[in-house]
Design a binder for this molecule. Structure first.
Ligand SMILES: Cc1cc2nc3c(=O)[nH]c(=O)nc-3n(C[C@H](O)[C@H](O)[C@H](O)COP(=O)(O)OP(=O)(O)OC[C@H]3O[C@@H](n4cnc5c(N)ncnc54)[C@H](O)[C@@H]3O)c2cc1C
Length: 318
């Protein structure tokens, strides 16, 4: 847990992330979890995944933006992503982050840009999904999601099993019949609002999986269980079997490069698997969050960084 917290803390330090960013794509270690820096690279990775029978969700990495102009640029980028995905006839959608659309700056602007993106996707017969960020944004994200989904009906939302409030939030969202991506939660939240122990988060994840799958049986939810935890996956599969749910009524989601063995098993079982495909130049904080989830991942990064700095120190200073 200490190492995990330390890496997570490092991921918030620009000095560290900039150093990793200078090396990561060049020497290849970042490619394990990031499809590339450009949309073209992400589309190439997506093409490969789709040819293997997966669906994709493109995610342009980055978080809070500094001003309205930057938010509008991100919004135009999201629309381009969905258009390119469509033009290339790839199965899937895009995932958006509301802080990239200026949620911190102007909530109404963020709502209107989210609506524009969802509307463009709807014209193309596509969906979008909204990521869930830290707890400072939960209320605003739910509010914007609910209004856009009520209007356009093609949106999905991530919800976090580590938050005590999530069950209540799902009951509130049931009326808009949403696609729900159930995740454990990737941020550090205090104990007054979130379960701290893995066993508690897992128990709530199981409970919410059952709630969502029962909702799917009644036509209320389209659940997507987003986890690399074999126990969560098998719980969902056995609950779906108990409810005699058709496989078209739910799906699994996993992240590019993580537990490819489990991804293959889910696909082999005939379940739909959507792979979250992150790309962009601002990949480092995301990359480090993935490292903090599994510190064993750090060794291959450290090995490649030390190998490079060793050779750099033998070169003349410029
Ligand atoms: C498709 C998708 C979308 C997501 N969207 C959001 C979001 O919008 N908001 C949010 O807060 N969180 C999001 N997350 C992240 C999520 O909250 C968790 O932090 C992350 O998925 C790790 O939890 P886990 O369920 O995989 O289980 P864990 O219990 O953390 O891990 C289970 C097992 O999975 C493997 N594993 C997990 N992570 C890694 C890794 N980085 N590298 C290698 N192996 C690993 C290990 O074998 C581990 O034992 C998303 C996750 C997925 C899969």
């Amino acid at each position: 847990m200490l190492i995990r917290n330390f890496i997570f803390w490092l991921s918030t330090k620009r000095g560290v992330t900039n150093r990793i960013a200078r090396h990561g794509m060049r020497n290849g270690f970042a490619r394990r979890f990031v499809a590339g820096e450009s949309l073209e690279e992400a589309l190439t990775a997506s093409q490969e995944l789709c040819s293997e029978g997966r669906n994709v969700s493109l995610n342009h990495l980055g978080e809070n933006v500094a001003g309205e102009a930057a938010a509008r640029e991100v919004s135009a980028g999201y629309i381009r992503m969905i258009e390119e995905l469509h033009a290339k006839n790839l199965r899937g959608n895009i995932s958006i982050k509301l802080t990239q659309l200026g949620l911190d700056i102007d909530k109404e602007l963020c709502r209107s840009m989210s609506r524009e993106i969802a509307a463009r996707a709807a014209v193309l017969g596509r969906t979008i999904e909204m990521d869930m960020e830290g707890s400072a944004y939960t209320d605003a994200t739910l509010d914007i999601f609910e209004s856009v989904q009520r209007q356009l009906g093609n949106c999905g939302l991530a919800v976090q099993a580590y938050l005590y409030r999530t069950e209540k939030d799902l009951l509130r969202l049931a009326s808009v019949k949403p696609k729900i991506r159930l995740v454990k939660g990737a941020y550090h939240e205090p104990k007054n609002i979130a379960f701290q122990k893995k066993s508690e988060v897992d128990a709530n994840y199981r409970k919410l999986t059952t709630l969502l799958l029962e909702g799917a049986a009644q036509g209320t939810f389209s659940p997507a269980m987003a986890s690399h935890d074999w126990n969560m996956v098998t719980h969902a599969q056995s609950e779906a079997a108990r409810l005699k749910l058709d496989k078209s009524r739910y799906e699994f989601q996993m992240i590019y490069g993580i537990r490819r063995d489990l991804q293959a098993q889910v696909h082999a079982a005939g379940d739909t698997l959507q792979v979250y495909v992150p790309f962009g130049t601002d990949w480092c904080p995301y990359f480090m969050r993935r490292l903090s989830e599994r510190p064993a991942n750090c060794w291959f990064v450290l090995r490649s960084l030390f190998a490079e700095s060793g050779s750099a120190s033998r070169q003349p200073a410029v």
